[in-house]
Design a binder for this molecule. Structure first.
Ligand code: VGL
Ligand code: ZN
Length: 205
């Protein structure tokens, strides 16, 4: 059983959004084309309260994109993004959603950030995604979405740690920072994940 996990394709990560990922919108048609190839499709949604500590606005004197520490973990300070119930947190209308069986929200605890769709950055709380997938008999997970170097990367690491065969569909992701993404790819490969292109799946269907 194979699952497609769509990470954080939300207005705020698309061009014009609060934390826009360059060319983030270019992946939407690719993700739409991939969905019918899967038995199960799920999505994650970054879903922050307005006082979330990952926001630079919560740290007077600090700037957006500055590095700090939160609960002993490295933390990039982001612009306010994906506020609960805001348009920025919504999925774009262009993203096909009929096949999405469940949505896992993350980043709801104001005290800690949560890049992965599986756990917060301190691995303290689970979103229940791993148990959900295991309960459905999923053995292989395919990751797409935004941003390649943050939430997709952290989700891939957790998927590997949870024992799933993990595929990162490179052309169905875009990064905030390209050099960060190169390091992320090397790490995924080193941990036993696979980096593939959507074409490899589409031509074998
Ligand atoms: C993300 C930074 C902050 C992501 C979420 O979806 O990659 N990045 N929150
Ligand atoms: Zn976030």
């Amino acid at each position: 059983m194979k699952a497609l996990i769509i990470i954080d394709i939300q207005h705020d990560f698309l061009p014009g959004g609060a934390l826009a990922v360059p060319e983030g919108d270019a992946i939407i048609p690719v993700v739409n084309q991939l969905q019918p190839l899967f038995d199960l499709v799920v999505a994650t949604q970054d879903w922050h309260p307005e006082n979330h500590k990952s926001f630079a606005s919560q740290h007077p004197g600090k700037n957006v994109f500055e590095l700090t520490q939160l609960k002993g973990l490295d933390q990039v300070l982001w612009p306010d993004h994906c506020l609960q119930e805001s348009r920025g947190a919504d999925f774009p209308a262009e993203l096909h959603s009929k096949q999405i069986e469940a949505i896992f929200r993350k980043g709801t605890d104001p005290e800690i950030d949560s890049y992965s769709g599986f756990y917060d950055n301190g691995h303290l709380k689970s979103t229940a995604l791993a148990d959900y997938l295991k309960g459905k008999g999923v053995k292989e997970v395919y990751l797409v979405g935004l941003a390649a170097d943050y939430c997709v990367y952290f989700s891939a690491k957790d998927a590997l740690q949870e024992g799933f065969s993990t595929y990162f569909i490179e052309d169905a992701t875009r990064a905030i920072d390209q050099s960060g993404f190169e390091k992320a790819k090397a790490d995924i490969l080193q941990k036993g994940g696979k980096i593939i292109q959507s074409q490899q799946l589409l031509e074998n269907k």
